[in-house]
Design a protein around this ligand. Structure first.
Ligand code: SF4
Ligand code: FES
Length: 244
């Protein structure tokens, strides 16, 4: 007899283990829930809210909400995707995301999730903040204009690299990513391009130098298959195509 616990999502039965979040159970079952600040390798952060789902009539973050027996989850509906689009639109206008000229275009999760949810326009007025580019490190450039404050680099540097190179400073609209070095510049920190933090950025804010635009248009990560099939960068690297 199968005694695995399950919940229902968009008409499908999703099995889960005790302690598993809704998003991790869904992804393990091959069901995509859009997300940006979530990466199964790190503790959930719950900041972007793009993973919002309707659970028994309540909008909650699927990355922080534990799965529970018998839950009714709505992932792919007009109201849920409308809510996600508004969040994505806020992210787009809050920074300076110039997709056609960005090296990460075609492999950017913000762009790919915007496509997935059917976002066609920014809706809100652009803030056009003035932010710097830090090119002080020999191997890596940081473009703060593209940072969506997901804190994946913060978590990776702290929890995997054991370095604390990155932090978030300020609150609310004043929040910004900072580098922990005497000068505030990456080149003066103990960051190394082999660090885990170098490979977790879901957008084009942390980029390797000397290899921009290496992958031609048409062959980039999300050129032929959407993020709902390819998964995020972490999944794609593991060769997981999201089917199981
Ligand atoms: Fe997230 Fe990238 Fe910004 Fe770090 S630099 S907080 S990984 S968007
Ligand atoms: Fe769940 Fe960002 S992915 S809040």
């Amino acid at each position: 007899m199968n005694t695995r616990k399950t919940f229902r999502m968009d008409g499908r039965t999703i099995p889960f283990e005790d302690g598993q979040s809704i998003i991790d159970a869904a992804l393990a079952a091959g069901e995509y829930i859009p997300h940006l600040c979530h990466n199964p390798e790190f503790t959930p952060h719950g900041s972007c809210r793009v993973c919002t789902v309707d659970v028994d009539g309540r909008m909650v973050s699927a990355c922080t909400q534990p799965a529970a027996e018998g839950q009714q989850v709505v992932n792919n509906s007009d109201p849920v995707n409308h809510y996600r689009r508004r969040l994505l639109q806020m992210l787009f206008v809050e920074g300076n995301h110039v997709c056609p000229g960005c090296e990460k275009s075609g492999a950017c999760q913000l762009q790919a999730v915007a496509y997935y949810t059917g976002m066609l326009a920014p809706h809100f007025t652009h803030f056009f903040p003035r932010r710097e580019v830090d090119a002080s490190h020999p191997d890596t450039v940081i473009d703060f204009n593209r940072c969506i404050l997901c804190e994946l680099c913060v978590r990776a540097s702290r929890d995997v690299d054991g370095k604390n190179v990155f932090s978030i400073s300020g609150r609310g609209i004043q929040s910004r990513l900072i580098i922990n070095s005497n000068t505030g510049r990456l080149g003066d920190s103990d960051y190394d391009r082999a660090d885990k933090a170098a490979s977790v950025c879901p957008v084009g804010a942390i980029l390797p130098k000397h290899q921009g635009y290496e992958v031609p248009i048409g062959e980039r990560l999300y050129d032929q298959r959407p993020i709902s099939v390819v998964g995020d960068v972490a999944q794609a690297k593991q060769g997981d195509n999201g089917d199981g």
